[in-house]
Design a protein around this ligand. Sequence first.
Ligand code: C5P
Length: 222
Amino acid sequence: DRVPVLTIDGPGGAGKGTISCLVAERLGWHLLDSGALYRLTAQAAINHDVAVDDEIALARLAEQLDVAFPIEGGRPRTMLEGDDVGQAIRTEDAGERASQVAALPLVRQALLQRQRDFCQAPGLVADGRDMGTVVFPDAPLKIFLTASADERARRRYLQLQEAGVDASLPSLLKEIQARDARDMQRSVAPLKPADDAITLDTTRLSIPEVVDRLTELLTQRG
Ligand code: C5P
């Protein structure tokens, strides 16, 4: 039988990362954080002095990306070429660079099969921008998670504060809006709900409420 996939797409700061992780944990399914692959490609470009517009070199980096996501002490780590880059790839700058390399068709092409390889029994929760539209078009349940830009900026701000990172709310809002615009307007795999996706606005929902709602939807479909 086919391995079931739950795709969770949407703009930055909508809560995809947190929600995907919790739902995967509850179901005992695998998790694909596709944004991390774009962030890691951008980080590899820095490590190897590759320019952010050298599409061919970036695609080669993406194809040969030496990454691992080991779980240590119950927390997943992100290793690139043997170094823990978990912190470095989570900054707003890293997100911005990721969004630049993610606009390049050859880079997306290079990461396609790698993403599909995450689909293994008993199931996969796939978090990103084009999980339902491009990478897993046959997924039985597709969710498009959104929230107002103000609310998403506020969540990012709290997340950064918690991590001890200085941030300004107005500039976060601007960065989020700029990244959304680039992700929605690019010609390959733009950010948009799949035709058969269910849109869930989380502006006024708590994390447990969203997790419950998704588990409910999965039970209905399963
Ligand atoms: O989700 P995250 O913020 O980590 O993603 C970083 C960037 O990677 C996004 O702004 C987007 O440009 C790109 N991305 C993408 N397709 C995905 C996941 C992320 O283009 N499936």
